[in-house]
Ligand binder design. Structure first.
Ligand code: GRG
Length: 300
């Protein structure tokens, strides 16, 4: 797909995701209003909606419809937004800006920010549990919930954050293997699960689910390297979050360990591996392939 067409396709997917989120999230006038406003504040602050879009495109690639994946798509965006809110807290990365807006704790205070994250984490499972699945399909709502729970918990998202916290500080230099492990847990796991949930809704075969897993793993690793490159090369204004923070905090990243050129080469190699993983889909995998290229070339 030409870049302009892909951009307009992604924009219309974003609109679908936003209207699904609008309908799934508790209304802002439900008591206690503050928490529902705070949940919506962070969810609708912007964001690329990458994870929900991958979920929908994976469903299409596996022969289903993008619309049938809207519930899991909304649920992974809730998990992602929760992780951003908590990651920005003073006890974690201590950031004031996210998605171009003041972070949740700056706007609502730390207590409400913690609770908004908690509430998004839990509503994600409520939304996911309500997914309509093919009646004669191979996957149950329990399979979907287990998939998201394992990825969100101590073995992946939370676990990656633990290693990230432990790896902070001037006297700690992470090895490449440790860095890759953090990237797999913090970034690649949720991208992969987004794809797999889309696949499950479309009753994917074992081979298709494995292909989505391989695609998501390579895409996720590339995505994090690009994210770390952008932290060095782009402005806070462009990114909508504090730029230059990794260098300022002496964080072990790909660019810090290997420089920008080698990091770009590695991201390109991983993107090529992501493409190869899509082979079983043939032409139906072309949108996922285009998204991988688009993410490699992104500037925010
Ligand atoms: C469980 C508190 C907690 C954290 C888990 C996922 C995570 C660890 C922390 C979130 C912050 C972070 C740097 C995650 C790495 C993945 C990443 C680059 C996220 C940014 O994702 P984008 O660019 O964000 O898709 P938008 O705002 O566009 O949705």
């Amino acid at each position: 797909m030409a870049t302009a067409d892909l951009k307009s396709h992604l924009k219309s997917r974003c609109e679908q995701v936003d209207s699904a989120l609008e309908s799934y999230l508790p209304a802002p006038d439900i008591r206690p209003q503050t928490i529902h406003e705070a949940m919506r504040y962070s969810v609708f602050a912007g964001g690329k909606r990458l994870r929900p879009i991958l979920c929908m495109e994976a469903a299409l690639a596996c022969g289903g419809t993008a619309e049938s994946a809207l519930a899991p798509a909304a649920s992974v965006e809730c998990i992602h937004t929760y992780s951003l809110i908590h990651d920005d807290l003073p006890c974690m990365d201590d950031d004031d800006l996210r998605r171009g807006m003041p972070t949740s704790h700056v706007k609502y205070g730390e207590g409400i920010a913690v609770l908004a994250g908690d509430a998004l984490l839990t509503v994600a499972f409520e939304i996911l549990a309500g997914t309509a699945l093919p009646t004669d399909g191979s996957y149950s709502a329990g399979d979907l919930v287990t998939e998201l729970a394992v990825t969100s918990g101590s073995r992946h998202l939370v676990g990656g954050q633990v290693l990230d916290l432990e790896g902070e500080g001037q006297d700690v230099q992470l090895s490449l293997e440790e860095l890759k492990y953090i990237h797999l847990s913090k970034t690649a796991a949720l991208l992969t699960t987004s794809l797999r949930l889309g696949g499950m809704v479309a009753d994917a075969s074992a081979e298709q689910l494995q292909a989505l897993t391989d695609f998501g793993t390579n895409l996720g690793l590339a995505f994090q390297i690009i994210d770390d490159i952008l932290d060095v090369t782009q402005s806070t204004e462009k990114l909508g979050k504090s730029a230059g923070k990794d260098e300022a905090t002496d964080k072990s990243t790909y660019p810090a360990l290997f420089g920008l050129d080698q990091s770009r080469e590695e991201a390109a190699k991983l993107t090529a591996a992501a493409h190869s993983a899509l082979a079983p889909f043939g032409e139906t995998g072309s949108c996922l392939a285009d998204i991988a290229d688009y993410l490699l070339d992104r500037d925010y």
